[in-house]
Design a protein around this ligand. Structure first.
Ligand SMILES: Cc1cc2nc3c(=O)[nH]c(=O)nc-3n(C[C@H](O)[C@H](O)[C@H](O)COP(=O)(O)OP(=O)(O)OC[C@H]3O[C@@H](n4cnc5c(N)ncnc54)[C@H](O)[C@@H]3O)c2cc1C
Length: 474
C-alpha cells in the first residue's frame, strides 16, 4: 500500500506558519510518503453549530484559493463535501483502504470536534497509521500558562503577565513557506467535490498574501493609535482580522511577530496602541485556555455555577426586536443592523448589544450567543462564549453583575456625533447632536418606541442576580 501523509486542514487554512503542513512534509522527506492536503466541508454539522452562512462562504472561498496557492508548491489538495462529522469517518475509512495513512491535524477543543477526531484516530490506528495533533491554535498551548501553584488562571490580568513572561523568554516562532515538492500524481478515490458557497463573503479578501498585507498594514499604519480609536465604531480603528484568525488564514504568532517588528520597544507596553492590541490577542488565547480547562463551557454551562439558577424572562417578542435592531435604543439597533447586514460587529457594540439583551431584556445569554454565532463571519466558540459570559456576568473574569451598561450613555460616549448610528439607522438620519442617542422626546413615526425602560430593567437585573446570590450564600 502507498504511504500517504495526509494534512487534514480545518481552521488552519494557510501555507505560512503552518506547523501541521511543515511537519507532514518533513516526515515525508524521511519516510518517502506522498503528501496530500485535505479539506472536508461539513455543512450538516456546521448547521448544528449555528455557523453563519457568511462564515461558511468565507471558508469555501478560502479553500478554493488555498487549492490554487498549493499548486505553486506542487502539493495536491483534495477539497470535498463531507456532510456531517459521521460521514467524515466514512471518508477516512475509504482512504484507509487505499493508503497507509499518517494524519496530521491541528488540535480542536470543542466537543463534537474531539469526538470526530477520536473516531478518526481510532480508525487510522486500526490500520497501523498515526494520528498526530499539533496544538497550534494559540501561541501558548492551553495548559502551559499556570499559576505558581500549578492552577489555571481564572482572571485575565495575571494570565497575561505570565503569558508575556513566557513569550519574552521563548520568543515568537513562525514556520516559513514550505518548499516545492516533487512526487508522482496520486490516484484518489472519488468523493463529492467541494461546492461553491453563496457568495455572501465576497467583500472579504481570501488570498493569503492579501490577508497578510492587511495585517502588516494595520501593524505599520494603525496600531500606534489603536488604544485611542478602538472603542469608537464610527472609526476604522481596529484590525478587522478576526475572521481570518478564526479560520486560520493567518496565525496569532504571525500577528505578534509583525507587531514586534513594526512597533519596536512599544510592542508590549501596556499603554501603547501596540500593547493594547497585543492584549486583545492574549484575550483570544485566554478564552481558549479556559475552554480547555473547563469543558462545561463547551456545553454552554455558565462558568459561575450559581448563575445557572437565574430566572431569565426569555420574552420571544423582545428577543425578536433585539435581533432585528428594533429596540428603540439607537446604538443597540445600529449594532444589530451592522451584524445583520455585514456579518461583523465592532467590539464595543458587541459588549453593548450583549449587555442590553441580558441586563435590559433579561434574556438568557445563550440565546444571544447562538444568534451572534448564526450571523458572525468571525464566529469562534471560545471568544463568543467568553464575550457573552463576560457581558452576562456569568463567566470567568466577568463584568460584576451590578455594573450595568446604560445604552444611552454608552452611545454618547462612544458614538459622540452619532455618525455610526446614522450609518445603520436611516430613520434617524436627520438627527444631529445629542438627541440622536435618545430621540424619543419628539414623536417619531418611523423609528420604534423603546421596548423597555432602562432604569426599571436595571433594578430587575439586580433582583435577578440577588436572588441567586442569596440562595448560593445560604
Ligand atoms: C459578546 C461578544 C461576542 C464575541 N464573539 C466573538 C467571536 O465569535 N469571534 C471573535 O473572534 N471574537 C469575538 N468577540 C471578541 C471581539 O469583539 C472581536 O474579536 C473583535 O471585535 C474583532 O474585531 P477585530 O478583528 O477588528 O479586533 P481587534 O480589536 O483588531 O483585535 C485583534 C484580534 O484579537 C482577538 N480579540 C479581540 N478582542 C477579543 C476578545 N474580547 N476576546 C477574544 N478575542 C479577541 C480577535 O481575534 C481580533 O481579531 C466577541 C466579543 C463579545 C463582547
Amino acid at each position: 500500500m502507498q504511504k500517504l501523509n495526509l494534512v487534514w486542514l480545518r481552521n488552519d487554512l494557510r501555507l505560512l506558519d503552518n506547523a501541521v503542513l511543515c511537519s507532514a512534509l518533513k516526515h515525508a522527506e524521511k519516510s518517502g510518503a506522498a503528501v496530500l492536503v485535505l479539506y472536508i466541508a461539513t455543512p450538516e454539522t456546521w448547521a448544528l453549530h449555528d455557523m453563519a452562512a457568511i462564515k461558511q462562504d468565507l471558508l469555501r472561498r478560502r479553500v478554493v484559493q488555498l487549492q490554487q496557492e498549493l499548486t505553486e508548491l506542487a502539493l495536491p489538495m483534495l477539497a470535498i463535501e463531507g456532510g456531517s462529522y459521521q460521514q467524515v469517518t466514512e471518508i477516512f475509512s475509504t482512504l484507509c483502504q487505499q493508503f497507509e495513512l499518517n494524519v496530521f491535524v491541528q488540535a480542536e477543543y470543542e466537543l463534537r470536534e474531539q469526538q470526530r477526531d477520536s473516531a478518526v484516530e481510532h480508525l487510522v490506528q486500526q490500520h497501523n497509521g498515526q494520528f498526530i495533533r499539533f496544538d497550534t491554535q494559540c501561541i501558548m498551548s492551553p495548559g502551559d500558562i499556570k499559576t505558581q501553584q500549578g492552577d489555571i488562571y481564572k482572571v485575565f490580568t495575571p494570565f497575561k503577565r505570565t503569558w508575556l513572561a513566557k513569550l519574552r523568554e521563548e520568543g515568537v516562532h513562525c514556520y516559513g513557506r514550505p518548499k516545492k515538492i516533487s512526487q508522482p500524481k496520486l490516484e484518489l478515490p472519488d468523493f463529492l467535490p467541494l461546492k461553491d458557497g453563496d457568495g455572501s463573503s465576497a467583500d472579504w479578501e481570501v488570498a493569503e498574501s492579501g490577508v497578510l498585507e492587511l495585517m502588516r498594514r494595520f501593524c505599520r499604519e494603525k496600531v500606534a493609535d489603536y488604544h485611542q480609536q478602538r472603542d469608537f465604531p464610527a472609526q476604522d480603528g481596529t484590525s478587522r482580522l478576526s475572521a481570518y484568525l478564526a479560520i486560520g488564514v493567518i496565525s496569532a504568532a504571525q500577528c505578534v511577530a509583525r507587531l514586534q517588528l513594526e512597533a519596536g520597544e512599544a510592542w508590549s507596553e501596556d499603554k501603547s496602541g501596540a500593547g493594547v492590541w497585543l492584549s486583545e490577542l492574549i484575550w483570544r488565547e485566554f478564552y481558549k485556555h479556559i475552554l480547555v480547562a473547563y469543558p462545561q463551557l463547551i456545553k454552554h454551562q455558565p462558568f459561575q455555577h450559581e448563575t445557572a439558577g437565574i430566572r431569565w424572562h426569555n420574552n420571544k417578542q423582545l428577543f425578536d426586536a433585539w435581533c432585528n435592531g428594533n429596540t428603540g435604543y439607537p446604538i443597540v439597533d445600529a449594532a444589530m443592523r451592522q451584524l445583520n447586514q455585514t456579518g461583523w460587529m465592532h467590539n464595543r457594540l458587541r459588549m453593548i448589544a450583549a449587555s442590553f439583551l441580558v441586563k435590559d431584556l433579561h434574556i438568557d445569554w445563550r440565546w444571544g450567543e447562538r444568534y451572534f454565532m448564526s450571523k458572525l463571519i468571525d464566529g469562534d466558540f471560545a471568544a463568543n462564549n467568553g464575550g457573552w459570559q463576560w457581558a452576562a456576568s456569568t463567566g470567568t473574569d466577568a463584568a460584576p453583575y451590578f455594573r450595568i451598561f446604560n445604552p444611552v450613555t454608552q452611545s454618547e460616549r462612544f458614538d459622540p456625533k452619532g455618525d455610526f448610528i446614522r450609518l445603520y439607522v436611516p430613520e434617524l438620519s436627520k438627527f444631529t447632536g445629542k438627541t440622536i442617542h435618545w430621540p424619543h422626546a419628539q414623536p417619531l413615526s418611523a423609528y420604534p418606541k423603546p421596548i423597555v425602560d432602562h432604569a426599571v430593567a436595571r433594578k430587575q437585573t439586580l433582583e435577578l442576580f440577588a436572588e441567586v446570590k442569596k440562595t448560593h450564600d445560604n
